[in-house]
Each structure stands twice: as C-alpha cells, then as structure tokens.
Design a protein around this ligand. Structure first.
Ligand code: SF4
Ligand code: SF4
Length: 279
C-alpha cells in the first residue's frame, strides 16, 4: 500500500535544523497544542470548511467534491487563507509519497548533508518516514527526526534503525506544568528520552524557557538524571520564548531576560552538560 503524508513545506537548504546544510521537510498536523506554538497553522489538517476559498485573492483555492484543493502554481503566498482559518490549519498542503519527497531531496545533492523531518509532529507518520529515510540513507544522506516526543518511540524502533538521531523537545518536567503548557502527557516524553539515550540516538535536546509557564530547572535536572553518564556528551539547547507568531494568551507575554538564560546555562553546566547553546 502506498504511503502518503501531508507535507506543509520543504525548505531546500537549512542551517538551523541539524548539522550542516540540510533539506527540511515539515509535515502538517500535530498531536499537542502548545500555548507558545509559533506556527499554529500547522497544528491541524484542513477540515474542508471552505471558509478560506472565497478569501483567496489569486483564485488558487477551489472546493471540489467536498474537498478544498490548492493550486500551487496560482498561489501568490499571501497567507490570507492561513489568517482566516478558524481551525489552525492550512489548505496549502500536498499529500506526497516518500518517493515524491526523495525525488525532490535528491535533486539538492550534493549541496546537502542530510534531511530533517519536522512538523507539526512528524512521528504521526512513522512508516512514511521509515521509507523516506531508507531511501535517503541508501543515497548517502543523513536522517534526523525533529519531534515533540509525545508519540511513543518504543512502538517504532525500526524507524530509529534508519534515523541518525532525534532532536527532541522537552517542554517541561512536572506532569501538570507540561499538560497546561502543551495539552500533552510528559510521561511519553520521559520514556522516549530514556529510550533514545539508551540507543544513542539523541541529536540534541531543547527546552523553550517560557516565563512563569514551565519549569526549566526541574527539566534540566530530570533530563540529567535520566541521561546518567551520557549527559556530558549530549547537546542541550535553551531557547528563549519569543511571542513572534504566537496566538492566544501568550501572544503578548515577555521573553526571559539574558540574565535568566545565563543562570539556566550555568545550571545546565553544573548538572553535567558540556555543550549548552542559548538561542
Ligand atoms: S496563500 Fe492562500 S490565500 Fe494567498 S494566494 Fe495562496 S492559497 Fe490563496
Ligand atoms: S484551511 Fe481552514 S478555512 Fe480553509 S478550508 Fe481548511 S479548515 Fe477551512
């Protein structure tokens, strides 16, 4: 059976999605809803309500047989459809097979070192990713997963066999803090963290510091304890919350100060992390 995944965007060359120049593939649809999400339009699949169709200034949207169709060639990328969508979705999504994406990715050789699949939440499409990664590896390309950690990786260890590593978000540590910020279950993230550490598949860990909303001290300590000796060789990224693109209650929230970030950086070093990056 042919596999399809909803592809929101493919960035040919990115320097911020893992080591070296990489092609980044963003899938539409997420399994959680973070209060600080910077791309809320990637959270859900289109419900075909048709509201955006009439608003499109370029006639690039049409409703046919109950489905909204996007004409990529006619689209002028004004993002009006995204702004008017009440469902945190986008009509600008293509359902592609692993072969479709591989063909695109392969056309960027030899200018990329590998690919990174992100979201939304890419782990909602593990079989699709496994096929794409297998093709990329055979072509000499690296393969990274960028995940919120809220899908159980233990059910997809065959995907990890063909993935170089995972860039994993750890958005909080206390179950209630995590649930309030993301709607998700932190126990899955913790289980995944332990599994990835055991398999040597952590590319980097990331904590977004959101003032008064999450618990970075406990998160750093909890991660360090889970990693054990591997803490010294694991890269930790501490990311400042920024309200850019955020909708809802955190749209006007403030970023943490540089002093606060420096304090957390020191705490991370004290907990054993040798490589800590502030962003
Ligand atoms: S971004 Fe959306 S609204 Fe704008 S031209 Fe493209 S499909 Fe139409
Ligand atoms: S993108 Fe949003 S507004 Fe447009 S049809 Fe889909 S759900 Fe409706």
């Amino acid at each position: 059976m042919e596999l399809f995944a909803p592809v929101n965007k493919i960035i040919p060359f990115s320097l911020v999605d893992g080591p070296g120049s990489r092609c980044s593939i963003f899938l539409q649809g997420c399994n959680i809803a973070c209060a600080y999400c910077h791309n809320p339009e990637t959270q859900n699949l289109c419900r075909n309500c048709g509201l955006c169709v009439e608003q499109c200034p370029a006639g690039a949207l049409q409703k046919l047989d109950g489905h909204v169709r996007w004409n990529k060639e006619a689209c002028v990328q004004c993002d009006t459809c995204i702004h008017v969508c009440p469902h945190k979705a986008s009509p600008k999504v293509e359902w592609l097979t692993p072969d479709d994406v591989f063909e695109t990715v392969n056309s960027y050789q030899p200018f990329i070192r590998g690919i990174t699949v992100s979201g939304g939440e890419c782990m909602l499409h593990p079989d699709w990713m496994r096929e794409l990664f297998s093709r990329c590896r055979a072509a000499g390309l690296g393969t990274l997963i960028d995940s919120n950690g809220c899908v159980d990786f233990t059910a997809h260890e065959d995907l990890l066999d063909v993935a170089d590593g995972v860039m994993l978000d750890v958005k909080g540590w206390d179950p209630e803090v995590f649930r309030c910020l993301t709607t998700g279950d932190v126990s899955t993230v913790k289980r995944n963290l332990a599994l990835l550490a055991e398999r040597g598949k952590i590319e980097e860990l990331r904590i977004v510091v959101v003032p008064e909303r999450n618990d970075p001290e406990d998160t750093i300590a909890g991660i360090a304890q889970t990693l054990g000796e591997a803490v010294g060789t694991t890269k930790l990224k501490l990311i400042k919350f920024r309200p850019f693109g955020v909708v809802g209650e955190l749209a006007s929230a403030t970023s943490p100060t540089d002093e606060r970030m420096a304090e957390l950086e020191q705490l991370a070093h004290d907990a054993g992390f040798a490589t800590v990056e502030i962003r």
